[in-house]
Write a protein that binds this ligand. Structure first.
Ligand code: WTA
Length: 638
């Protein structure tokens, strides 16, 4: 029996039970048989959730790029590693073979070295979905530098916060980016961000849009001439198993974004293992994940997981609506995509369009469909199953997080029977638990509670960069000896999990995690605003959209609400990015507060969701009279 590749349900159960009985030997066998190590580990696992401290494969030495690239060269050198599909289809796809990827990563790594980047240095990557993004990620890993990729839709302020938080020395960006028929001035955003980032001494600029940009003397350098001069051999720097591989920021319910730190060996083993099983990847497959490498999904399931398996991974620069709403399906047909992994929000948006956009294309190459990032509603699930999979491709509804590094709960296609809206069963090695509000574990089936994980898995984030205490408080303090996910879930009669959504102040909009606090901070910067509170409400395409309650200072009263709304959304765009804009704004005369002055979001959420028939007990409010006013005012909010 192979632990590495599960092919039917009975095998899943055997492997799962084995992973519970002896997690160390389970992961050790996988690590031993499927990866390249420079030095073997002394100890598979040590852990203590009270500190919290988790170490996998301690003592081992390796380089992840040797696992993702070098070891494939003998057998797969001419196989396409990265299949780049540009924004504009007429530009034509690029097939980057493993040999070519090896050369490009080596050259790029030598450029990093020539610019003074050393093992352990942090490098911020702010690039669109062009090959240089994957190449620069791998080039950092080649020399043991820590990459911090920032999604290129974030604003200058959001970028500078992330650069400063982990003291990046270098930024890698492009002149601009293409998104549909728009060209975005990425370099301009970087210039603006760097006004407040003193630690950055070098900016490498990839050419993409050929836009007219400013190059700051001494700081900014075009990438291509440096690559042209670079040596095409770069010996991989050997790192320790627990050396950080990357930092990736995620929103918290309060405070600044959290720089989740992922380390090398455990992350590699887990992302590769889950890729193989959840997508049932086979040698000749063409796998496509539509996420951006700026998010964890792109890190684990566009770059590291697929490449560690020697797969062909598609990288798409564009958007699903350009040149028209058939773009995804045209790409599936053209490249004979076998696994297709996307977000429910994309499915809902495409399901609204004419079916002709789907039916024009031959989708018969597809074998597995996946979703990630938010709960998928039943209607979207059926549309995906009927029209894209033609009821022939199992859908894997994969639940996981930036913090978990890899997929945690998901069907294994062709093994686990799927049910719409259920992420189904934990993957081998994963021990979920549901807790009640008092911190007691809810045993047995047919229970609903807060989702925790009771045992370490190899790819869990090890800390929050520069703030271990926050890491402990956020994830390990709510329940004893368990990692708390921030999600609610139920376990049904057969033990399947269904994720019910966030139980904290994180709102998932179009699959993006947004914390309410930073958005409220941005709004409160407006001179006319006294106070604000953001809640989520259901939206047919985005899943959730943002509803802002805003009270004005005396000086703001009498101002035109449409203009104020525009100014507020502009502030949010500047501080965070357009993804955090409010869909609805209610200018309120007051916000409901507890006697200790805390805003009662529960009531605001119900009003925004138009569920006002049962608001619960409002008598403990400091200002109960405001509730009826808010309900009345909400009727005219559109
Ligand atoms: C949510 C994305 C329901 C969840 C990989 C989680 C999901 C958060 C699912 C993490 C799913 C992710 N069903 N909810 N299949 N997948 N989520 O860090 O609330 O961007 O905590 O990682 O997305 O989002 P993140």
């Amino acid at each position: 029996m192979s632990n590495y590749h599960i092919k039917h349900l009975e095998e899943y159960w055997q492997v799962y039970r084995k992973s519970l009985r002896n997690p160390e030997s389970f992961w050790e066998e996988i690590a031993e048989e499927h990866f390249l190590w420079r030095k073997r580990w002394d100890n598979v696992l040590s852990w203590d959730f009270s500190k919290p401290e988790v170490k996998w494969f301690e003592g081992a030495e390796l380089n992840i790029t040797e696992n993702c690239i070098d070891r494939h060269l003998a057998t797969r050198g001419d196989k396409t590693a990265i299949l780049f599909e540009p924004n504009d289809p007429s530009e034509g796809a690029q097939h980057i073979t493993y040999n070519e990827l090896h050369e490009r990563v080596s050259k790029f790594a030598n450029v990093l070295k020539s610019q003074g980047i050393k093992k352990g240095d942090r490098v911020c990557i702010y690039l669109p979905m062009i090959p240089e993004l994957a190449v620069s990620v791998l080039a950092c890993a080649r020399i043991g530098a820590i990459h911090s990729v920032v999604f290129a839709g974030f604003s200058a302020t959001a970028l500078s916060t992330r650069i400063n938080d982990c003291d990046c020395k270098m930024v890698i960006c492009s002149d601009g980016s293409f998104r549909g028929n728009k060209t975005i001035d990425l370099k301009g955003i970087v210039d603006e961000a760097l006004k407040s980032c003193e630690g950055v001494s070098t900016v490498l600029v990839a050419e993409r849009t050929k836009s007219d940009i400013e190059m700051k003397e001494g700081r900014d350098k075009w990438l291509q001439p440096l690559l042209d001069e670079a040596d095409s051999v770069c010996k991989a720097t050997v790192v320790k198993a627990e050396d950080p591989l990357f930092i990736l920021y995620t929103s918290g319910s309060t405070g600044k974004p959290k720089g989740m730190v992922h380390t090398t060996a455990g992350y590699m083993v887990y992302s590769a293992y889950t890729f193989k099983n959840v997508f049932q990847y086979r040698e000749a497959d063409v796998y496509w994940c539509t996420a951006d490498i700026g998010w964890i999904t792109g890190h684990s399931y566009i770059v590291y997981g697929p490449l560690a398996n020697g797969a062909t991974t598609v990288m798409f620069e564009g958007v699903p609506s350009y040149p028209d709403y058939g773009r995804f399906w045209e790409i599936v047909e053209k490249h004979k995509v076998t696994q297709f992994y996307t977000a429910p929000t994309a499915i809902r948006a495409l399901a609204k369009e004419n079916l002709e956009f789907v039916n024009k294309y031959d989708l018969s190459s597809l074998k597995v469909l996946g979703t990630v990032g938010e709960p998928i509603n039943e209607e979207a699930w059926h549309w995906y199953n009927d029209n894209i999979g033609k009821k022939n491709s199992p859908i894997v509804d994969t639940w996981w997080q930036t913090e978990t590094g890899g997929i945690m709960i998901s069907p294994i296609p062709y093994s686990t029977p799927t049910i719409p809206t259920y992420a189904t069963l934990p993957l081998p090695g994963i021990q979920p638990a549901l807790m009640d509000e008092n911190g007691k574990e809810l045993k047995g089936n047919q229970v609903e509670g807060r989702l925790c994980i009771k045992f370490p898995w190899p790819s869990m984030a090890r800390t929050i960069y520069g703030n271990h205490e926050r890491y402990r408080d956020t994830y390990f303090s709510a329940y004893e000896n368990a990692y708390f996910t921030g999600d609610g879930a139920l376990r049904d009669a057969v033990g399947y999990y269904r994720i019910t959504g966030r139980v904290d102040d994180v709102i998932i909009v179009s699959g993006h995690n947004l914390g309410t606090a930073p958005i409220e901070d941005a709004i409160n910067e407006h001179p006319a605003v006294a106070e604000s509170a953001i809640v989520g409400y259901p939206h047919d395409i985005k899943g959730n959209a943002l509803y802002g309650y805003i009270t004005l200072k005396e000086t703001g009263e009498g101002r035109n609400h449409d203009n104020l709304s525009k100014e507020i959304n502009q502030l949010i765009t500047d501080r965070i990015g357009p993804i955090a804009k409010l869909n609805k704004i209610q200018f309120a005369s007051g916000l409901p507060k507890t006697r200790s002055g805390k805003i009662m979001r529960r009531i605001l959420r119900k009003i925004a969701c138009k569920e006002t028939s049962n608001l619960g007990d409002t008598s403990t409010l400091l200002n109960p009279e405001v509730v009826n006013e808010l309900i009345e005012q909400s009727l005219v909010v559109s």
